[in-house]
Design a protein around this ligand. Structure first.
Ligand code: ATP
Ligand code: MN
Length: 477
């Protein structure tokens, strides 16, 4: 007999038909009502056991967490809260779950406790909803790019270029820590290592993606990225997934348009396709907000925030304008910022970004034309000689969600920049070749997938939107 998914059954009206379903018991009450979940939806299907005609030994084994196989008749439900239920004809316990030991009891657990049980937390409503939304978002990412003429490229995870400069890197080596061969001057001799040079886990696929954009035109990456930054924040992981489109013949304005259109498109996709999960997460967030002091509560619910982003234009503001706004802002004058804004050229901290987005503009903001001195070497220098064609997309609650730029396509300017930043030109020979052979205006950005999932699900901590988070001092599982 065909096993149906709970999701299909809940939408079915094949009443009085015999159906089969497999899943895990969420709750079992009155020796009669099983709430069964199989992961296909946040909703459980109620399975009504005929306890008088069921073996007592079997009844005892129906407990939270147990895996069961059920055959029964689909009927219209008498109870409230569900349209259909299954009258059980046959139940088989596939895998027991000792109720005295099973950590995921049918009650509210703290997110901290669930992080320690990351192998089981996806069995809760919250995490199953988050992970289904995450999956739908990944699909939406590919769908958007594939439907818009982009080619998916897989850039290397192990990289030999140490010029990316996006953050601290994890070394990849086959040397035994204490037995690495040394050169004459006592340094580790990486020429004898596996790759014959120093290699690391990638912090970004951008430089390699650029090489492909300069032949395939429009490309995107979507893969794991690593940063050994020791920042224990709610927005940083040591291992995260990044989406990096790169487009030939596109300037910074096109780049801003692309980022905005892309984000709106993927959020619309989940609004359309994850209704039950988002409704649940919306309720969850509203509950969580209630425990905060009034002043810190969000004015909008999760669904309102998602619709707001999809329906409104992102505000585009130059760095210079932003500095003016920040300098004259109340928190700056009242010395409320941890990093006061005094001069043009200051790097913006998360507190400033959040002020602009949450207090001043009250909508997503794209900041552009940053000082060259605080941005990477590959960003295109403006005519003013001091700013570069960089852009950051800033989101409420998250801060930076996208970082991107128009790339420097002029060989001489790029070489000069590389030199003043003290980068070894030889390391970048292949990157410079792009400017020697058929160079062209091109742009791209990097979007941290987990920050997008955070926004879409309303989860406050980035550790709660990836199955097994990697953070300083934590690589369990
Ligand atoms: P931040 O200032 O927030 O650390 P960044 O300037 O280091 O970000 P980029 O190097 O521009 O970020 O990376 C592109 C995008 O990747 C960011 O906009 C963000 O969405 C995401 N990102 C960067 N670092 C992390 C991290 N450690 N964990 C998760 N996502 C990250
Ligand atoms: Mn960073």
């Amino acid at each position: 007999m065909k096993v149906s998914s709970v999701s299909d059954l809940l939408q079915s009206s094949l009443f009085l038909q015999e159906v089969a379903v497999k899943g895990w018991v969420r709750t079992f009450r009155s020796n009669r009502f099983i709430a069964l979940n199989d992961g296909s939806t946040i909703n459980n299907i109620q399975c009504v056991v005929d306890f008088e005609n069921t073996d007592e030994a079997v009844l005892k084994r129906i407990s939270t967490g147990a895996a069961v196989s059920i055959k029964g008749t689909l009927v219209e439900s008498q109870g409230r809260g569900q349209k259909v239920e299954i009258q059980v004809l046959e139940i088989e316990i596939l895998g027991d779950s000792n109720p005295d030991e099973y950590p995921i009891q049918p009650k509210r657990h703290t997110l901290e406790f669930l992080r320690e049980n990351a192998h089981l937390r996806v069995r809760t409503n919250t995490f199953s909803a988050v992970m289904r939304v995450r999956s739908a978002l990944s699909f939406a990412v590919h769908k958007y790019f594939q439907e818009n003429g982009f080619n998916y490229v897989n850039t290397p995870i192990i990289t030999g270029s140490d010029a990316e400069g996006a953050g601290e890197m994890f070394r990849v080596s086959t040397f035994e820590p204490n037995e690495a061969p040394l050169t004459e001057d006592g340094k580790v001799d990486f020429s004898q290592d596996f790759f014959g040079k120093e290699t690391n886990l990638t912090v970004s696929g951008q430089l390699e993606a650029e090489t492909y954009a300069m032949a395939l035109g429009k490309v995107y990456t979507f893969g794991p990225t690593f940063r050994a930054e020791n920042s224990n924040t709610t927005r940083h992981l040591a291992e995260f997934w990044m989406i990096e489109p790169e487009v030939a013949f596109m300037d910074l304005d096109g780049n801003m348009d692309l980022s905005e259109d892309f984000i709106k498109s993927v959020l619309s996709y989940v609004l359309e396709n994850c209704k039950d999960d988002l409704a649940f997460l919306d309720q969850r967030l509203t509950q969580e907000e209630k425990s905060k002091p009034q002043a810190e509560r969000s004015e909008m619910s999760l669904l309102e925030k998602l619709h707001f982003v999809v329906d409104n234009n992102f505000k585009r503001v130059s760095y210079t304008e932003a500095i003016d706004i920040l300098r004259n802002s109340k928190p700056n004058k009242k010395k409320k910022f941890q990093f006061p804004i005094n001069e043009w050229g200051a790097d913006l901290q998360s507190e400033h970004e959040r002020f602009l987005v949450e207090k001043h503009f009250k909508c997503p903001v794209i900041l552009f034309d940053y000082p060259a001195s605080i941005k990477a070497f590959y960003m295109r220098l403006n005519e003013d000689g001091k700013t570069v064609r960089a852009m950051d997309v800033l989101f409420p609650g998250i801060g930076e969600i996208v970082g991107g730029s128009q790339r420097e396509e002029r060989l001489d300017v790029l070489k000069e920049k590389i030199e003043t930043m003290g980068i070894d030109e030889k390391e970048l020979w292949w990157y410079l070749d792009l400017r020697k052979y058929g160079t062209a205006v091109h742009s791209g950005f990097g979007l941290g997938f987990e920050r997008l999932v955070q926004f879409a699900t309303g989860m406050n901590n980035i550790r709660d939107v990836i199955p097994f988070p990697r953070t300083p001092q934590n690589a369990e599982f």
